[in-house]
Write a protein that binds this ligand. Structure first.
Ligand SMILES: Nc1nc2c(c(=O)[nH]1)N(C=O)[C@@H](CNc1ccc(C(=O)N[C@@H](CCC(=O)O)C(=O)O)cc1)CN2
Ligand SMILES: Nc1ncnc2c1ncn2[C@@H]1O[C@H](COP(=O)(O)OP(=O)(O)OP(=O)(O)O)[C@@H](O)[C@H]1O
Length: 232
């Protein structure tokens, strides 16, 4: 539907190279699998394994100062994209995921209500519960954390989502539970914004029929925006 060659990208904001004192990292490119290869790199599970390894090596190698500074600011094009969004969903990062909660203060300062996902069951259902910096978090499934019991359920206007990998067509590869796919389908008017380390960008991820493309991805180096109308 929305995927395809018509979906071209512009780098709306490329952060100055190495402005955070971090290592210069060339964009990673996956080798396309060849037809007689014995490892299918198009297989989502194999891609997840490799992408997790890359992400973890990248984060381990990151200069501590660069890590501390990453994702601290809300870049102007993202701020503009979020102009009409009252309620923004962040996530509590685990493992080496991009540190989404660092955006919380800036979002609150620009008048947004925040919410976080709460996993409801093991078959892919989650909802979004109100949260403010400083509010307590409960332990959830899969090592995730979510707002405490009783936090108000909110309808997000923008969903800032974790990911394992993304590509130039704004395809998102997640943990494989389908939690975000379902949330994107349920809140189909909401903006879908991926948050990732730049090393998580790959060439041509496989697309399943239920995959909805992201509207933008924010990395520690750039803000990559799809050129189609947001929340169409
Ligand atoms: N930080 C964060 N929160 C999130 C997600 C996420 O990807 N990251 N989710 C995105 O969907 C939802 C939770 N779903 C998740 C599904 C699988 C795993 C995961 O790490 N799976 C491990 C096995 C863990 C286990 O079974 O205990 C794995 O696949 O190796 C994490 C979250 C909602 N909250
Ligand atoms: N809108 C939907 N409704 C019902 N099931 C869905 C929907 N979207 C995806 N699924 C199911 O979720 C499962 C996992 O999908 P996929 O491998 O694309 O997950 P993912 O996007 O990587 O994970 P996540 O969204 O949890 O980060 C698939 O079996 C798929 O059938």
């Amino acid at each position: 539907m929305i995927h395809g060659p018509h979906l071209t990208l512009k780098a709306s904001e490329d952060f100055p190279a190495n402005d955070q004192g971090g290592p210069a990292t060339p964009p990673f490119r996956f080798f396309r699998p060849n037809s007689d290869g014995d490892v299918s790199l198009t297989d989502k599970a194999a891609l997840r394994l490799q992408a997790r390894g890359l992400r973890s090596a990248f984060v381990a190698d990151l200069d501590p100062m660069a890590h501390r500074l990453a994702f601290r600011a809300l870049p102007t094009p993202l701020r503009v994209m979020l102009d009409d969004a009252n309620t923004v969903a962040l996530y509590v990062p685990k493992d080496d995921e991009a540190p989404a909660l660092r955006l919380a203060e800036a979002l609150v300062a620009s008048g947004k209500r925040l919410c976080l996902p709460r996993v409801i069951d093991r078959i892919g259902t989650m909802d979004f519960r109100a949260w403010m910096p400083g509010d307590p978090l409960d332990e959830g499934r899969f090592g995730t954390r979510h707002p405490a019991e009783g936090a108000e359920a909110l309808h997000p206007d923008a969903i800032i989502a974790p990911l394992i990998a993304f590509d130039a067509a704004m395809t998102r590869l997640g943990q494989g539970g389908g939690y975000y796919d379902r949330a994107f389908a349920r809140y189909e008017q909401a903006l879908r914004i991926g948050l990732a380390w730049s090393v998580q960008q790959m060439d041509d991820l496989p697309v399943d029929p239920w995959d909805l493309p992201l509207h933008a991805v924010l990395t520690e180096r750039s803000f990559i925006e799809s050129d189609r109308e947001p929340a169409a």
